[in-house]
Design a protein around this ligand. Sequence first.
Ligand SMILES: NC(=O)c1ccc[n+]([C@@H]2O[C@H](COP(=O)([O-])OP(=O)(O)OC[C@H]3O[C@@H](n4cnc5c(N)ncnc54)[C@H](O)[C@@H]3O)[C@@H](O)[C@H]2O)c1
Length: 361
Amino acid sequence: MTPRTTPHHLTEHQHAIIGCGRVAANHVDGIRRVPGWGLAVACDRIPEVAADFARDHLIARTMADAQEVFAAPEISSVSVTVDHAQHAELTERALLAGKHVLVEKPICLDPAEGRRLVALAEHRGLVLSVVAQHRYDPVVLAVRDWVRRGLLGELLQVSVALQAARAKDYYQDSYWRGTLTGEGGSALVNQGYHCLDAVRWICGDVRAVAASCRTVAFADVIETEDTLSGLLAAGPVPVTLNVTVAGRIEWRSRIEVVGTAGSVVFDLDHPGRLQRFDGSAELVRLAELEQSRTPTEAPAGLSYYGVSHRAQIADFCHGVATGEPMLSSAGDAVGTLEAILALYALGGRRQPAAALTALSA
Ligand SMILES: NC(=O)c1ccc[n+]([C@@H]2O[C@H](COP(=O)([O-])OP(=O)(O)OC[C@H]3O[C@@H](n4cnc5c(N)ncnc54)[C@H](O)[C@@H]3O)[C@@H](O)[C@H]2O)c1
């Protein structure tokens, strides 16, 4: 897609991106689609990375130190798109500097810190949003609505699976991926995050019951897990979760929700699709309507990131401009982090073989 720039005198809100890596293009794309918003700064602690990114996306200024961004009075909001370990500190510093913050998932690596950030944003009257773009996918919103309206009857069980393929150099070439301190886990907290988060969004909060956490293919490269299976409960409803980044398929996710009056199977890949459905005439009617929706938009970044960064960023900008609450709150992102950490605790992140005992105990 051809990058679009908006002259500064036409933009009311100046946004900056901190961290010009893989996901940053989705933030440029999302901000540029919102009238009155402009991209003022590309910041990366590696100056050449910031310069290349700014050139590719026609961003006028680069900075190498986030502190420069925080000190710039014309910047009203920032995207924090760096490794997981720095989310807390950069988000806090941005909020203290009076900037609205859009931080990539997970909110941070410590739920107590996450709650502090949410409280700080509230206290300062600033918008804090944690990117979980699949919450805005039309298929996810549709299924959420059907579950809430009872169209599937009483829920019996939910299954969620992500199979992804990562190469060793995905970890070897990164300063943070595959490290406990930088990423805080891998298959679940990074890629599987979206599956678990979507289930919480659809079914409500979950409690971790058991987990098996293993490092099968990348044991010589990463400290974290490449494969995790878990059992959770959404109230009385059992939820099984299987995620791996050691598979052969680049990205395939699948969520199945089974109730007494109907069931649906869909995925979070792009385009998010309802694969199967069964139930009442009303459910079938709505599902067929959902099936007939033809997605026309191409994603800005990697295809499996989907197109919904745009919707979340538009919601973020609306929240900043109006003070109205966003569809999904940053506080809820703390809940997803807590569920992830509970699964890690049950699965024993660093002892692949021993982790299986959690399931047999
Ligand atoms: N929502 C999604 O679908 C999605 C997809 C990919 C990544 N992510 C998330 O986005 C975040 C970033 O992931 P990525 O894959 O883009 O990472 P990346 O490693 O590709 O890029 C991170 C960039 O941040 C820069 N950086 C690090 N510390 C900095 C600092 N203090 N100041 C300025 N720049 C700094 C690095 O130099 C690097 O260029 C992670 O939280 C990840 O989980 C989300």
